[in-house]
Design a binder for this molecule. Structure first.
Ligand code: PLP
Length: 520
């Protein structure tokens, strides 16, 4: 059953959801058992002759019982993994509005460059003289990052945003210890709206966390910070633009209050995508900030690849950067090369970091140029506001109808008395072929829905997304609760017990007991 646009009607969808097949497959969406369920011990993808004349050299310790690994022929193995891969949703499959995560298109040019053998095949233990090009590239990327942020130095090697936070906070701790204040400055201020990695990072290096309440407009009030800061404060960890999608308009005053108390300002730069080329964070009084290359600079992430989180440092902290770092345009690779006042706290990881991500990020920068990077930020903000304006009459904005940065935050007020929750709403989006937005984060907003369309979506894609959400909202308001409560109807799996999956995960396959055989 198709409607006038040639799309399945609700009845048609329900029919498809309910349609049972003999195989359990739904057309191209195959039921995929585990390897253990389809493999057999006597099958192998290779056909090798049984070795002869070999005497075991394990001194009697060789295995006596079968290993019981499931064997598959090559086509069986191939199909298993290809079918699994087709269950993935990815940015290459469709719009991925996961707020805070910046799921933007990964340009294929970046991939092409990263696969050049001179970059892809370098080995971390290769003699330096044979990898000068790769090293030059790391230095060049560091120079772009310090230029874009207006900061004094950048430690290149952290391998994720959270790892960058750790490196930046360790530099802050080293600076505090160098001043002989290690025993007294042990408290980190963290706003209520922060990403969970911020308090986790502070705790991991033995500092305690003092929450900073967010004011009614979703931003941090410098007066609150002034009231909370003291001689025991090591740092504040503040996200800008923040996780409510808003620019912290009093960031300078907050920085001044922190510095006046002798503490440091860590900025979570995961949302740098909104301000590249617009704001030099060095002008805001920030001492350290990580940059998620896998968000802002389009290197693949999530299931798609490793992260990379270089951390830029102010003049006050540059001396403590872990190696390798770029300072004054120069790449310092080993602590022994550091000179003068420099006292790197060591390394945050072995070797130089994620080479493939460096190549992708620098390719992205060079192919966009300074003007292109700035335009990408402007377009990201424009797209988020386009979504906001397209939905604000139907969905509720916790902080009023005012412009947002690169992501727009809704709350669940609009679902009041519909019987539909944020979770139900997100699940119904899956039936419509969309990855849900970020839900229930940030925690300062009830039933939060954080949408980040990114700059890489076309106007047509945004229009369809907006129309889909409008249709869902109106359906909820009409009382069509079934469309939500049972969703997703059309995904390979229905509503899962996520709590049980997290609390009692089944991590091991148990061989089913052989069926009892009736005696003859
Ligand atoms: C993504 C994100 C992080 C953590 O970055 P990872 O690369 O996932 O470790 C931290 N803070 C914010 C605000 C983020 O969006």
């Amino acid at each position: 059953m198709l409607n006038r646009q040639g799309r399945p009607t609700e009845a048609g969808q329900a029919e498809r959801a309910a349609h049972q097949t003999f195989t359990g497959n739904k057309a191209l969406d195959a039921e995929e058992p585990l390897l253990f369920e389809i493999g057999r011990a006597d099958v192998s993808g290779v056909d090798l002759a049984e070795p002869e004349g070999i005497s075991p050299r394990l001194g009697g310790l060789e295995r006596r019982v079968p290993l019981d690994l499931p064997g598959l022929s090559e086509p069986e193995a191939m199909r298993h993994y290809v079918r699994l891969s087709r269950k993935n949703y990815s940015i290459d499959a469709g719009l991925y509005p996961l707020g805070s995560c910046t799921m933007k298109h990964n340009p294929r040019l970046n991939e092409k460059m990263a696969r050049l053998p001179g970059f892809a095949d370098v080995h971390p233990l290769q003699p330096q003289a044979t990898v000068t090009g790769a090293i030059e590239l790391i230095g060049e990327l560091g120079r772009w990052l310090t230029e874009l942020t207006g900061m004094a130095a950048v430690a290149m090697s952290p391998k994720a945003g959270a790892h960058g936070e750790l490196a930046g906070m360790m530099a802050i701790k080293a600076a505090i210890e160098a001043k002989g204040e290690g025993a007294t400055r042990t408290v980190v201020l963290v706003p209520d709206s922060a990403h969970g990695t911020n308090p986790a990072t502070a705790a991991l290096i033995g500092l305690s966390v003092k929450p900073v309440p967010v004011r009614d407009d979703g931003t941090v009030d410098p007066e609150t910070v002034k009231a909370l800061v003291g001689p025991e404060t090591a740092a504040i960890m503040l996200t800008n633009p923040n996780t409510c999608g808003l620019f912290e308009k009093d960031i300078k005053a907050i920085a001044d209050a922190i510095h006046a108390a002798g503490a440091y300002f860590y900025c979570d730069g995961a949302n740098f995508n909104a301000i590249v080329g617009k704001v030099k964070v060095g002008d805001l009084g920030i001492d350290a900030m990580h940059i998620n290359l896998h968000k802002t600079f389009s290197t693949p992430h999530g299931g798609g690849g490793p992260g990379s989180g270089p951390v830029v440092l102010s003049q006050r902290l540059a001396a403590f950067a872990p190696v390798p770092f770029v300072r004054d345009g120069k790449l310092i690779e080993a602590a022994a090369e550091a000179c003068g006042e420099e006292q790197p706290f060591g390394r945050i990881t072995a070797f130089h970091g994620q080479m493939g991500m460096y190549v992708r990020a620098l390719t992205y920068m060079l192919s966009h140029g300074a003007d292109g990077l700035k335009q990408a930020s402007e377009d990201a903000v424009l797209n988020a506001n386009y979504v906001r304006v397209g939905l604000q009459d139907l969905m509720s904005l916790p902080f009023g109808e005012k412009p947002c940065m690169h992501e727009v935050l809704f709350d669940d007020t609009f679902l009041k008395d519909t019987g539909v929750t944020t979770l139900d709403f997100a699940k119904a989006m899956i039936d419509e072929g969309y990855h849900p937005m970020t839900m229930y984060f940030p925690l300062v907003v009830h039933g939060a829905m954080l949408i980040e369309p990114t700059e890489s979506e076309s106007r047509a894609a945004l229009d369809l997304f907006i129309a889909t959400l409008r249709d869902l909202v109106m359906s909820a308001k009409r009382g069509e609760v079934d469309r939500f409560k049972g969703a997703p109807y059309l995904a390979p799996r229905r509503r899962l017990d996520e709590t049980r999956a997290a609390r009692a995960p089944k991590l091991k396959w148990e061989k089913p007991a052989p069926a009892a055989v009736e005696p003859a």
